[in-house]
Design a protein around this ligand. Structure first.
Ligand code: GLN
Length: 447
């Protein structure tokens, strides 16, 4: 009740949620009470949360921020939703997002932009901007999110909260609307590393319905939270502190590193030489996969269908012209182009080779250090509208987050300070494969 009232009061100004359904929430709360009475739920029974609108959820509109799915009420639960339900978590609503998770500012949503709760002139980041703004504004203690090229870490940084994207394959993609399947990974945002760890305990684990889900022993992500940091080797990639990084962000990151040094961490200079190439590689691979994934939206089986058309092809064309926004269309065009006969070798294949080089960079770096630290984005949150007519400029701001997804590594953002305008700045922590507990250990020091 308390959270629902707060959502009602704040959402008109922030636009963080696309759907709220008080009756449904209260019904879920009663179901959670029953689980608790039977001792059938874990530590998080009764805790309210918000799901990013990308996760299919039975009985809820699951729009993915798109007009294409504005009329889509999911008949089934994504694995993430199912696991949260089984743990007794209660859905407060569904978070706004960039359409099909394409964007870094949340300005690409069919439902309008989300505002940053720290300063409503600023973007909250994207694509999981609704999830981040909701947690920052205390509309929910936790929210689910996804990260294909930074969409958990960057909005967490801009909204001053903690967010974690686990190793690729840790959280099931079943029922999560596909953007770029080889990069997409679900994760979570919260106020603290401890809350993120508790949520990962619920969300992570093998799922036979996701072909890239990893079959591993379950682990307790809270296990190392209190571990001392003595001797921990933290790598600082030279390329992350070069031209393009704002002085404000550099200062906050430097201060955070100094703090960890005091706690016993040892700083190691490392190099990730292919960092710059991660931008063109990502912006070839992600649109290529997206152009294929989005072909399912044809107006035939579900979602939007144009009202008037002359024949089947006309129906496809009108449906897709109306249903998709400008950024999504841009990605479909780029993706189709780089996959086309004659250009495949020049673009797609080349990008795949760069992807391997980026992964090798990390492999070499992790021979020298335990975690990698750096900025999440070159600046704190920029103003709404500032970059909306310059997509390439927006793409360039993803420089510090994309390579983690290309390599499939885990990454997180933890609040570390503020820029000169009082806008939050996060510290990025990158772990080796399955290094979540170690990253959370470091992040826990900042809370
Ligand atoms: N900003 C990146 C993009 O637009 C990342 C999005 C994401 O991680 N979903 O593709």
């Amino acid at each position: 009740g308390l959270y629902l009232d707060r959502i009602e009061a704040l959402n008109p100004a922030l636009n963080a949620l696309i759907s709220v359904d008080r009756e449904r929430t209260l019904a879920e709360a009663r179901a959670a009470d029953e689980l608790r009475a039977r001792n059938a739920a874990g530590a998080l029974a009764g805790v309210p949360l918000i799901h990013k609108d990308i996760f299919c959820q039975q009985g809820w509109k699951s729009s993915c921020g798109s007009r294409m799915l504005d009329n889509f009420v999911s008949p089934y639960d994504a694995t993430v939703v199912e696991r949260c339900r089984a743990a007794g978590l209660v859905t407060l609503g569904r978070a706004n997002m960039d359409e099909f998770a394409m964007g870094s500012s949340n300005e690409n949503s069919w439902y309008g932009p989300v505002k940053n709760p720290w300063d409503i002139r600023a973007i909250p980041g994207g694509s999981s901007g609704g999830s981040a703004a909701a947690v920052a504004a205390r509309m929910a203690p936790v929210a689910t999110a996804t990260d294909t090229g930074g969409s958990i870490r960057q909005p967490s940084s801009h909204c001053g909260i903690t967010g974690i994207k686990p190793t690729y394959g840790t959280v099931s993609r079943f029922g999560m609307v596909a953007f770029a399947s080889s990069l997409d990974q679900g994760g979570v945002m919260a106020q603290t590393a401890e809350d993120c760890a508790l949520m990962l305990n619920v969300m992570a684990g093998f799922d036979p319905r996701d072909s890239t889900s990893l079959e591993r022993e379950t682990e307790d992500y809270t296990r190392d939270l209190e571990k001392p940091l003595d001797g921990l080797r933290v790598g600082l990639p030279r390329e992350y502190f070069a031209d393009g990084l704002s002085a404000d962000v550099a200062r906050v990151v430097d201060e955070a590193v100094a703090e960890l040094r005091k706690l016993g961490a040892v700083v190691v200079d490392i190099s990730l030489p292919n960092t710059e190439l991660s931008i063109p590689a990502y912006y070839v691979i992600a649109p290529a996969e997206a152009s294929s994934n989005l072909s399912r939206f044809d107006g035939v089986r579900y979602g939007h269908r144009a009202a008037e058309y002359s024949d089947l092809v006309d129906m496809y064309e009108k449906t897709r012209a109306e249903g998709f926004g400008a950024e999504v269309k841009r990605r479909i065009m780029v993706g189709t182009y780089v996959l086309s006969h004659g250009y495949y070798d020049a673009y797609y294949l080349k990008a795949q080779k760069i992807r391997r080089l980026v992964a090798n960079d990390f492999k070499a770096a992790f021979a020298q250090c335990d975690v990698i630290l750096g900025p999440v984005a070159p600046t704190a949150a920029f103003d709404l509208g500032q970059m909306s007519d310059d997509p390439v400029q927006m793409y360039l701001s993803d420089i510090y987050t994309l390579s983690v997804n290309l390599a499939g590594l885990p990454g997180m953002s933890v609040p570390a300070g503020f820029d000169g305008k009082g806008r939050p700045v996060g510290l990025q922590i990158i772990g080796n494969y399955f290094g979540e507990a170690k990253m959370l250990n470091v992040a826990h020091r900042f809370q």
